[in-house]
Design a protein around this ligand. Structure first.
Ligand code: AMP
Ligand code: MG
Length: 358
């Protein structure tokens, strides 16, 4: 949900591999502090424009009510109540996120945990402007993590929430973009649009095809802001990349990045990026974040537990860890020498790899 330098670069990705055909309608909107590019194929301009305006309206509400630290939103009010041990009303707009977040925490074995907002806040990542200066007190951070805030602490009824654990504070930054793009594409579909790509800074959802061809998109290279690989996505497949290089604070030459290991409260430093393809954008977004936490030793196991087959990880040495399923799908777009480490297949059954046309 955050703006950053690479967005402008990535905006061009769909375009750079996929020159628009005449019938494409393109529009870029500034939503959630991020540039979101819509490319709609095979629909007249009036319908496309109207649909994008509708989606934009939905996005404004998401930005307000799903945000963990912008005053006035629902999530901020819920967090304040939980910190005081009080129950709070939950709208039907926020409830699905709580349930999805709980599911992703369980599937990831706790590595994806949207209840660690208090730890994220203590690090200062709970704000648009990152703090400069002294690091927070590490004993305090560890103490917060040791309270084990978890989505499993929640008691949810139809429209109420309470938590057994006062340390639970929500931060949906790790998967809200996926939920938002899932909703955006569902809305486009309901308005009669059959072919589209919605690209929020390289995290993107697809619908249908780009005409004669599949949607061809780039995967970001964390080392130089370029493109490391491209992939053809079947309609309905979505690509999410978590970058652990994009938001960080620095002290004495050490970088403390924004993806936190919930077990320790400490920023992850072994892994710089993770990319995931899945039909569920929210799951792909959560999984990309979880795989960064899992790192080179555990990523394949966590991907499998989350139902992900297409995944790629890059560690801080630049080594690329990849599932055979993902390797069969992508084309590397870099001249740099890459060290590749393949996992065992993540799918138990033999997969029919998608046929792509060029
Ligand atoms: P993403 O760019 O999707 O990887 O999301 C990163 C954001 O997710 C961070 O800026 C935090 O707001 C949040 N976050 C950090 N660590 C975790 C974690 N282990 N589980 C869930 N959310 C996290
Ligand atoms: Mg994510």
């Amino acid at each position: 949900m955050r703006s950053s330098l690479f967005i402008v670069l990535v905006l061009g990705l769909a375009g750079c591999f996929d020159p628009p055909v005449a019938a494409d309608y393109k529009e870029t909107r500034y939503i959630f502090g991020t540039l979101v590019e819509f490319v709609i194929h095979g629909t007249d301009e009036k319908t496309a424009k109207q649909a994008i305006a509708d989606v934009d309206r939905d996005f404004q509400r998401m930005h307000k009510d799903w945000h963990a630290w912008k005053p006035g939103g629902e999530l901020v009010a819920i967090n304040a109540a939980l910190a005081q041990g009080k129950p709070h009303h939950v709208s039907s707009f926020v409830m699905p996120l709580l349930k999805q977040g709980r599911d992703f925490e369980q599937k990831s074995g706790g590595l994806f945990n949207p209840a660690i907002g208090g730890v994220i806040e203590a690090w200062g990542f709970h704000s648009d402007e990152l703090p400069v200066g002294m690091l927070p007190n590490l004993a305090d951070i560890k103490a917060r993590a040791a309270q084990h805030p978890s989505m499993n602490d929640l008691q949810l009824t139809d429209d109420m929430i309470s938590s057994r654990n006062r340390s639970v504070q929500f931060d949906f930054g790790g998967f809200a973009k996926g939920v938002a793009l899932d909703m955006a594409v569902a809305k486009l579909k309901s308005l009669g649009i059959r072919h589209a790509i919605v690209n929020a800074g390289g995290d993107l959802n697809t619908l249908g095809t780009a005409g004669e061809r599949l949607w061809k998109v780039g995967i970001r290279d964390p080392r130089d802001w370029g493109v490391i690989a491209s992939v053809d996505l079947n309609g309905g497949e979505n690509l999410y990349t978590s970058g652990n290089y994009e938001r960080f604070r620095e002290q004495d030459g050490i970088r403390y990045a924004h993806i936190i290991d919930p077990r320790t409260g400490m920023p992850v430093d072994h892994t710089v990026s993770a990319s995931v393809i899945h039909e569920n954008g929210a799951l792909a977004d959560a999984a990309a974040t979880a795989l960064i936490v899992a790192g080179p030793d555990a990523w394949a196991e966590v991907a499998k537990a989350m139902g992900i087959h297409y995944a790629m990880l890059i560690d801080k040495q630049g080594t690329v860890y990849i599932s055979p399923e993902m390797l069969a799908r992508i084309t590397f777009e870099t001249d740099k020498k890459l060290t590749l480490v393949q996992s065992r297949p993540l799918s138990d059954v033999a997969m029919t790899l998608s046929q792509t046309r060029h």
